[in-house]
Design a protein around this ligand. Structure first.
Ligand code: XMP
Length: 317
């Protein structure tokens, strides 16, 4: 019978066999899959797993610090790399969604490879591939198929000559979560919503600037926190805030303001292929709208996205 405990036990033994005394490098994203995979590999080979976690400047607010702290607590050997400014520099002036994805994908690989070169005796590349990734060889995104795989670092050039270590290759998401809990990974990480590899870059419509990232991080943090406080977070499949490239008039005291609009998105879904907009209570929407407008200078209007997929998509870019 499959149990999380027996899976952990057997997988750790297999990993020891497969890896021997070699070293493994792996990119971590802060997501469930890569964290569970890394924790299993680390249980098998300890610090011969070299995890790399990159701050690409388009993560959620405080995400880099808090995820790194969790990794350390789990005893993982992880290097955090602050590459924010490199990403902002390359993203400057880019407005096309696929161009943004490309920049992020390419730069990520460059940063990862530079770091990987520093580790000696590396023979393996760890990946958090799960069963649906294996069967979903063609994605609805067209060009961003590579993104999904780059996110799991499948896009690394062959020149690295590494064999893959993919301990979750035959698991579905709910099984990965059970294994994660068995491994003592905190629940807030295990039940985290999916987050796209290109991060907030595809939730800032049009050009990305550091200021816009900060604005969106604030609004998004308020949104996420309030969903949790109102016990709505686990009822939706994915939620996020989108910064629109539109300014509109508002009023504050006896001053007129001319500031940005944020769109809130929350969907229910099984796998992200189709999705319905989440019917969040009006009272909740009123609350979160006030919280954002009152606390984020630079945003004076909040709208809620009531489109389903198809024909809309979950993301706006
Ligand atoms: P859409 O917007 O196509 O998104 O309905 C479906 C799911 O995929 C995520 N998504 C991405 N994930 N790289 C990723 O790793 C991407 O470029 C990308 N684009 C969309 C999206 O967040 C949703 O979960």
């Amino acid at each position: 019978d499959w149990t999380p405990a027996s899976f952990v036990h057997e997988t750790v033994e297999q990993l020891k066999q497969q890896i021997g005394d070699a070293h493994v490098i792996m990119a971590l994203s802060g997501g469930v899959d890569s964290t569970v995979a890394a924790t299993l590999i680390s249980k098998a080979i300890g610090d011969r797993l070299h995890g790399i976690f990159v701050d690409n400047g388009v993560l959620r607010k405080d995400e880099f610090e808090s995820v790194l702290a969790t990794y350390k607590k789990l005893g993982l050997n992880i290097t955090g790399i602050d590459a924010k400014q490199m990403f902002y520099k390359e993203l400057a002036g880019k407005t096309d969604p696929e161009a943004k994805r490309k920049v992020i994908g390419k730069l990520f690989i460059d940063v990862f490879q530079d770091e990987a070169k520093k580790v000696e005796g590396v023979k393996f590349l760890g990946q958090g591939t799960i069963y649906p990734d294996v069967i979903e060889s063609v994605s609805v995104h067209g060009p961003s198929v590579t993104i999904k795989s780059h996110h799991n670092v499948g896009g690394l050039p062959d020149t690295m000559h590494l064999s893959l270590v993919e301990p979750l290759r035959f698991l579905f998401k709910d099984e990965v979560r059970k294994v994660g809990l068995e491994l003592g990974i905190p629940e807030d990480l295990i039940f985290r919503h999916p987050f796209p590899g290109p991060g907030l870059a595809i939730r800032i419509l049009g050009e990305i600037t550091e200021e816009k990232v900060k604005l969106l991080q604030e609004a998004d943090a308020i949104y996420t926190k309030s969903l949790k406080e109102h016990e709505l977070y686990t009822k939706v499949w994915q939620a996020g805030a989108i910064l629109l490239p539109v300014k509109s008039v508002g009023v504050m005291g006896d001053e007129r303001t001319y500031e940005y609009t944020v769109a809130l998105r929350a969907v229910t879904s099984v796998d992200g292929m189709t999705a319905d907009w989440a019917h969040l209570p009006y009272e909740y929407l009123a609350h979160v709208s006030n919280e954002i407008i009152n606390n984020v200078r630079g945003i004076n209007r909040v709208v809620y996205d009531i489109s389903s997929k198809p024909p809309a998509t979950i993301e706006w870019e």
